[in-house]
Design a protein around this ligand. Structure first.
Ligand SMILES: Nc1nc2c(c(=O)[nH]1)N[C@H]1C(S)=C(S)[C@@H](COP(=O)(O)O)O[C@H]1N2
Ligand SMILES: [Mo]
Length: 159
């Protein structure tokens, strides 16, 4: 995974760029969540807020959707920006090291207070693991989240 250690942010932004773990760690302390257990006791890792990340790229006001791409397993979710702007986090490290694949690393999206699977646009399924690219757009982007229990079971062998 040569590009797997960087997260690209592109689309309707003034300053498209790539972020390595260190770039995210260098973002303002006010946007850091040193230990996500403070938000969800079941999760581990260090996160930066979506607000902090979006500030770096300067989002175009015309952007209405945020699409999370995981090329590794071809999983994609496109969600209305307004609904996640204040609730989205990007988990990017664990114990000062890159977030392991077993935890969805190197970059994992996480929505505070997410809804249960396929119950809405910002459900648990939108907590995309192995995110390598975040794209901002005016229209809804590509999304292949499972739509129902059957598709979900097929994907995960559960639920
Ligand atoms: N890259 C990627 N991210 C993904 C998935 C996936 O298959 N691939 N599954 C999604 C779904 S359907 C759910 S419910 C959650 C499960 O997160 P967990 O494995 O941490 O419980 O991850 C989401 N993120
Ligand atoms: Mo899911």
């Amino acid at each position: 995974m040569s590009s797997g250690d960087r997260l690209r942010v592109s689309g309707l932004v003034e300053r498209p760029r790539e972020f390595a773990m260190d770039d995210l760690a260098a973002l303002d302390a006010s946007q850091q969540i040193p230990d996500v257990r403070a938000i969800d006791p079941q999760r581990r890792g260090t996160a930066v807020t979506l607000v902090g990340l979006m500030r770096e790229v300067v989002v175009d006001p015309a952007a209405r959707y945020l699409t999370l791409h995981a090329a590794t397993d071809n999983f994609h979710a496109s969600i209305p920006l307004d609904t996640v702007r204040e609730r989205g986090l990007l988990i990017y490290a664990m114990d000062g090291r890159p977030l392991p694949t077993s935890a969805g690393g190197p970059f994992r999206f996480y929505i505070r207070d997410y809804l249960s699977c396929h119950s809405g646009e910002i459900d648990e399924c939108a907590n995309v693991k192995f995110v390598d690219h975040i794209e901002l757009s005016a229209e809804k982007g590509f999304d292949n989240r499972p739509h129902d229990d059957q598709a979900h079971a097929k994907l995960h062998g559960r639920n």
